[in-house]
Ligand binder design. Structure first.
Ligand SMILES: [Zn+2]
Length: 330
């Protein structure tokens, strides 16, 4: 108690900056997906400064009708990676990409990724050191995607065989890949045979029996307008949940997001009680989308719903209602 009773007499006052500090804000895509938007002017200035500090320039936003790519360019891959490491992407189908002379680095909802191996990485004969792959870095699904062949690399931590510097870099799955230490330049051959992922599909998992019910063409099918209408309906339902979910009792809340309970109501064919109606409808829409276009249509429609929604929580929330429908992972 008496240990710390002495205090310096000239305790400095805590520095109060004249204006509140600007929190780090990553721009989000505009509702049409073709631009980016910030909450206010201060956030724009702050972000522009961070872009400049990292030696980057903004190329623009590319939108392919589904995904938005905010593209920047810079001369230094390590600084680009550090910049991306401080950005925050919280939605599917949004990518921040930095083109550098040493690869195109990106950030999506899963984390950092290298778009493609650089050609020199396949020149395994020129290695000076051989090191094992370290733990996963960057995108949490990177190794799964690499195993499936959808991407040619995934990010791991690498310890340099010469100087022990650690950095994150892209390597092939279950293979040997050349990397270069950003600190000393040593050519390290990384062996990823110590990394093995088991895909969820390879394990038996719970699956809703309604997922496999036969496909019946319905009013949902087809046109772009109908898809938009469904996306708007999902947005309405999820937005209404944001407002009214708290009014439910604890027991009701449990049933509201219990897919087995929702499926039981749907199977019964009886009209659901009012309080759980929105949950049942969201679940039914999920089944319908799955029957018509599988996981891809579900994802696209959810992303569209999120864009047109008020609270932009569709992508986080929908998984409570669509768990175990087809290939949808909860
Ligand atoms: Zn090194």
């Amino acid at each position: 108690m008496a240990l710390f009773n002495r205090r310096p007499k000239n305790t400095p006052a805590i520095e109060q900056s004249p204006s509140a500090p600007v929190p780090v804000v990553t721009p989000r895509p505009t509702s049409d997906g073709k631009g980016i938007t910030f909450p206010d002017k201060a956030a724009i200035d702050h972000w522009n400064r961070r872009v400049a500090d990292a030696g980057l320039t903004v190329r623009g936003v590319e939108y392919n009708g589904q995904a938005s790519y905010l593209t920047l360019a810079g001369s230094d891959a390590e600084r680009a990676k550090a910049f991306l490491g401080n950005e925050f992407v919280d939605r599917e189908l949004y990518y921040i990409v930095v083109e550098t002379p040493d690869g195109t680095w990106g950030l999506d909802i899963g984390g950092l990724y290298l778009e493609q191996l650089r050609p020199w990485q396949l020149d395994t004969g020129s290695a000076e050191y051989e090191v094992p792959a370290g733990s996963f870095a960057g995108n949490s699904h990177g190794a799964e995607l690499a195993k499936l062949g959808r991407v040619d690399n995934f990010l791991v931590w690498i310890g340099c065989g010469r100087c022990a510097h650690r950095w994150a870099d892209g390597v092939r799955y279950q293979n040997r890949t050349l990397t270069r230490c950003p600190s000393c330049g040593a050519k390290n051959l990384v062996d990823s045979s110590n990394v093995e992922v088991v895909l969820v599909d390879e394990q038996p998992g719970p699956s809703s029996p309604l997922s496999t019910s036969s496909s019946v063409p319905t009013a949902y099918s087809g046109s772009e307008q109908q898809r938009e209408r469904i996306a708007r309906r999902i947005a309405e339902l999820v937005d209404a949940n944001q407002v009214h979910y708290g009014e439910l009792s604890e027991e009701q809340q449990k049933q509201f997001t219990d897919w087995r309970h929702l499926d039981a109501i749907i199977s019964s064919g009886d009209p659901p009680p009012d309080w759980i109606g929105r949950g049942v409808e969201l679940r039914s829409i999920g089944h319908q989308l799955n029957r018509e276009g599988g996981i891809r249509l579900m994802r696209e429609t959810a992303a569209e719903a999120d864009r047109v929604s008020t609270y932009h929580v569709v992508l986080e929330v929908i998984t409570l209602f669509w768990g175990s429908i087809g290939d949808w992972q909860s």
